[in-house]
Design a protein around this ligand. Sequence first.
Ligand SMILES: [Zn+2]
Length: 378
Amino acid sequence: MTTDPVLALTRELISRKSLTPDDAGCCDLIGTRLHKLGFALEWIDKDGVTNLWATLGQGAPLMILAGHTDVVPPGPREQWATDPFTPTVKDGHLYGRGAADMKSGLAAMVCAAERLVARRKFKGTLAFLITSDEEGYARHGTRHAVEVLKTRGLKPDYAIVGEATAAHALGDRITIGRRGSLGANLRVIGKQGHVAYPLKADNPIHRLAPVLAELVATRWDEGNAHFPPTSFQISNFKSGTGANNVIPGEAEAIFNFRYCTESSADGLKARVAEVLDRHLPKYEIEWWHTGEPFLTRHGKLIEAANAAIAEATSLTPELFTGGGTSDARFLAPWGAETVEIGPVNDSIHKVNEHVRLEDPMRLSQIYEKILEKLLPAP
Ligand SMILES: [Zn+2]
């Protein structure tokens, strides 16, 4: 058994089966620890989602430590070497659902706050914003809590999200922005007929093919110093009756943009519409927009994170903007300089999710060093 307090708290959290949006008592456990330090607790729950807002101190700077207690389903039990909700130490790793995404991150944050508060007083506010709906629709989680907190005129200076961001070793990569995601379902309406009588039909595949070719060949933007160019990918293409002598009546394509801060969702939609209108007499398109891109401003938090990581690991982190989405997309637009710093992410959402035994404590030390640098002595 370990005496490492960060590992111990990580294990306690893993043993709570918190499948989205069920918090399964994780926030109670964290809240109890924070309350002992003098944090004021507030629950901003909505529709079965648990949102804990805990604050210590007052005024600026306001530093938010943010994360989620929910985990994705473990999948087939037989594919796991150990029970996903029984934290298990094996071969220098801690195994369990949420070990990396992101119960070790939460434990590292709580223990960092405990050590800092035990050591000294500070000026400003240290806050925790923890939700049980990040892996799901994420509508009633951080997004909802931020909307409520905004109405009080609160303006955060910094936010650290404890998502797993490292590629190979703790500290080798932190996330400072994310691409936006915009998708569409396009339906082209033609007229069914016999292949021998094309003049009596209208082939939607023939109409759609040049459209897709043009969209694929389009350079949407050039990217910038932090983002690669916007990418366009067709994920589904469907048409045909199965018969080789029938011109089909309809064709469908589903496509997705991962777009950078050089483009906007409305701009991309307008450019696609221009192409469609030029080629297609009859079509329907349904758009879905699941995330704005953001790039955090480069300020004191990135500087402090770089310095803290160098001290704790002797690595210089890559400033990354790739990967999927996270709740940082709600915190950065609120005005906080926002970074995501967490353990190695190669096992997240997979069977046998794990974290290196030494990483939760080292991550906690990184967080503590950042707090040390940005929360000034009174
Ligand atoms: Zn996560």
